[in-house]
Design a protein around this ligand. Structure first.
Ligand code: PAF
Length: 269
């Protein structure tokens, strides 16, 4: 595996990659969910490029940018085990050499609802870095987790609206045996919080908005932000929509999850 930090080294490594190239973009603190993305990437392409970059642009004031877990040595080991060919681990000044970018990608309406409403500017920051990383890595295919369903919808929309020459592939959420969706932020949870957090997947497993909300309301250690049925592309609320989405805070840790109500959706425990 070649590990590169600078743009010039990335360009050289990318030039040497042949055939179909898959990219998996991450913020590090890699877990089994990322491993599943990397395995799906290896199946869909001839070589795999992984990026690890904690993107300051997608964190709001007061969010967890400073304490976001940074575990580069373990991330390198996981990428090595998963057969990654090139790993790009830039610092902020490599990605944003002129400081905060003046021109950014707007997620439009998708950036104003649900995650966008609770985290203003978050999806614009995600799209801006995803577009920059796509420009730097020039993938044929980019893989993203279904766990961040609204991010996935916004990326698909950007690729379509801006005619980006890349296939976007969604990879199913990986869960603990009790249903909790894997997330780098799960490590913030105390053992008590960890128990409360199970209510998210229990609520989704009811496959019903009213019943799911009741499950969340019954969990004292948790504060619900939203639990809705939406269309998975537009994120418009829709009683016949194909996606249930949930966000809740468990002692300062904001967790999100979702369940596809389509044949591709996997049932929860
Ligand atoms: O899903 C993530 O880890 C991040 O939002 C991404 C796509 C790597 C952009 O920073």
């Amino acid at each position: 595996m070649i590990v590169v930090e600078k743009r010039s080294d990335l360009a050289a490594a990318r030039e040497a990659m042949t055939g179909r190239v898959a990219v998996v973009m991450t913020m590090g603190a890699l877990h089994e969910g990322h491993a599943a993305l990397l395995r799906a990437a290896a199946r869909s392409a001839d070589s795999v490029l992984a990026t690890v970059f904690v993107n300051p642009l997608q964190f709001g004031p007061g969010e967890d940018l400073a304490r976001y877990p940074r575990t580069l040595a373990a991330d390198l080991a996981l990428c090595g085990r998963e057969g990654v060919d090139v790993m790009f681990t830039p610092t902020p000044d490599v990605v944003y050499p002129d400081g905060d970018p003046v021109v950014r990608v707007s997620a439009g309406r998708l950036g104003e609802v649900f995650e966008g409403a609770s985290r203003p500017g978050h999806l614009d920051g995600v799209l801006t870095v995803v577009l920059k990383l796509m420009q730097l890595t020039r993938p044929d295919v980019a893989l993203f987790g279904q766990k961040d369903a609204q991010q996935l919808a916004a990326i698909r929309c950007m690729v379509r609206d801006l005619d980006l020459p890349v296939d976007v592939v969604a990879v199913p959420t990986v869960r603990e045996s009790d249903g909790l969706a894997l997330s780098s932020r799960n490590r913030y949870l105390s053992s008590v919080g960890r128990v409360s957090a199970r209510a998210l997947s229990r609520a989704l497993a009811t496959r019903d908005v009213e019943t799911g909300r009741a499950v969340l309301a019954a969990e004292s250690g948790l504060s619900t932000d939203y639990f809705e049925r939406v269309d998975s592309a537009s994120f418009a609320i829709d009683p016949a929509g194909d996606l249930l989405v949930v966000a809740a805070t468990v002692s300062m840790t904001r967790l999100i999850d979702n369940l596809l109500l389509t044949p591709e959706g996997r049932d929860l425990p």
